[in-house]
Design a protein around this ligand. Structure first.
Ligand code: HSE
Length: 449
């Protein structure tokens, strides 16, 4: 049987998970694809660093160059993380024409365009299934399964930490801070939680999916991001009363209407080019939609294609074993591409939408949940309604729950479809009214239909 030799960079959680999965199922994979993936060396930071699965000392080295440059190494897997060394190591391998497998979403978000171009330039391939949603084969689905579709909508719960926190806030009626603290104690959330709870991890993943789905490189700075720190149990409770669950949602949606470039407000002119909403923010999802039932650390991605219709992918988005499953899938593809000499059988990312552009958030249209903290006296609701009316923003329902008497009371409004910019401007005016006691809370609503 043919064999390909693998040089692994990284022997921590993901690296040792891949090592273990190859020990467990490497034989099965070889019998399926007719090529054996043989681990030649694992580059580690330190031989005795903590790892969930053991790696024999004889398989380890601390010298990455000796592995990447080893003529016997056919494929390199970068499982070290970070955006500096990882970039250097991947570029070094690609320059030698060696295919690279990576799980590194932060690196792809920051340098993906350069790395994919390098893979193409040096006639090889960069595989990245493990970079988005761990064990869910969403990259393969978009790249291969939906190659004959235009992706009109993609909604993703792509950060397990946020989903875990929001799930517990809803089920237990708990506060964000308390759940975060407990999640940190249990190892579900990092000691420095910002990457997850402020939405940046989701931003990396959604940028990769948007680029792949729409054929132009989506820069992270073009992605509108809000995290979940501002979500309170009060919002979750009122949303639930209205029939919704709050999820941190990555949204990639084709926007119809104006021309492709620039995001200007000029005359409407239908465009053949992709103009796409790419964003990450807490969103009210109808309780009746399947995404509302995706709980705890699970991830899910809902994809609508113009030919296939609606599809749903669900699974573990992180963890040593789920991530290893994705890395093995890429290793199998790399081994097959080497075996048959088909280096571009499935190109990693090919820009094909030259004039594609991300739509600025202010132009994105959605519905809204608004929570205000107001003085309970006659005329306050009329003042608020007047500001929305002047901005041509329709109110679809109003709730002032009883039993909240005091210096101020909550006022919940659901708004009809309106551009984000118009709603933000109206809320800024409302926030200045003397009767409004704290900054208005606005959470977007997606009906997913
Ligand atoms: N920290 C991420 C999450 C997993 O909570 O989903 C790695 O991207």
């Amino acid at each position: 049987m043919q064999q390909v030799n693998l040089g692994m960079i990284g022997g921590g959680t993901v690296g040792s998970g891949v090592f273990h999965a190859l020990q467990l199922n490497g034989g099965l994979m070889a019998s399926r694809i007719g090529v054996k993936v043989n681990v030649r060396k694992v580059v580690v930071k330190a031989f005795d660093e903590p790892r969930p699965y053991p790696i024999p000392k004889s398989a380890m080295t601390t010298d990455w160059q000796s592995v990447v440059n080893d003529p016997q190494v056919d494929v390199v897997a970068e499982l070290a993380g970070g955006t500096t060394f990882a970039r250097t190591m991947i570029l070094a391998a690609l320059k030698l024409g060696k295919p690279v497998v990576t799980a590194n979403k932060a690196l792809l978000s920051a340098h993906g365009e350069e790395l994919f171009a390098a893979a193409q330039q040096y006639g090889t391939n960069l595989y990245y299934e493990a970079s988005v949603c761990g064990g869910i084969p969403i990259i393969k689905a978009l790249r291969e399964g939906f190659v004959g579709n235009r992706i009109t909508h993609l909604y993703g719960i792509v950060n397990g930490t946020c989903n875990y926190i929001l799930t517990r806030m809803k089920l237990e009626g708990a506060d964000f801070t308390a759940v975060l603290k407990d999640a940190q104690a249990q190892g579900y959330a990092e000691a420095e939680p910002s990457l997850d709870v402020d939405g940046y991890d989701a931003q990396h993943k959604i940028g990769i999916l948007a680029s792949l789905a729409h054929g132009f490189w989506v820069k992270p700075e073009d992605i509108y991001v809000e995290g979940i720190r501002g979500i309170t149990r009060t919002d979750i409770q009122f949303a639930n009363q209205l029939g919704y669950t709050i999820k941190l949602l990555g949204i990639i949606k084709r926007v119809e209407g104006r021309g492709a470039k620039g995001g200007g407000t000029g005359a409407s002119k239908p465009s053949p080019h992709a103009r796409v909403q790419v964003s990450v923010y807490p969103t009210l999802v109808p309780n009746t939609h399947v995404l509302a039932s995706v709980n705890h650390v699970f991830n899910a991605v809902f994809v609508r294609g113009d030919v296939v219709g609606d599809t749903l992918f669900y699974g573990r988005g992180a963890g040593k074993d789920a991530t290893a499953s994705a890395v093995l899938s890429d290793l199998a593809d790399a081994a097959l591409d080497l075996k048959f000499g088909t280096k571009h059988r499935v190109p990693p990312f090919v820009p094909h939408e030259r004039d594609g552009a991300v739509a600025p958030i202010n132009e994105v249209i959605s519905r809204y949940f608004v929570r205000l903290d107001v003085v309970d006296r006659p005329g306050v609701l009329a003042q608020i309604a007047a500001i929305f009316g002047q901005a041509r923003i329709g109110i679809s329902s109003v709730i002032q729950p009883e039993g909240h008497e005091g210096a101020s009371v909550p006022l919940i409004l659901m708004l009809h479809d309106a551009p984000n910019g118009a709603v933000s401007r109206a809320l800024a005016k409302i926030g200045k009214l003397a009767a409004v006691k704290s900054a208005p809370v606005m959470i977007r609503v997606e009906d997913l239909c």
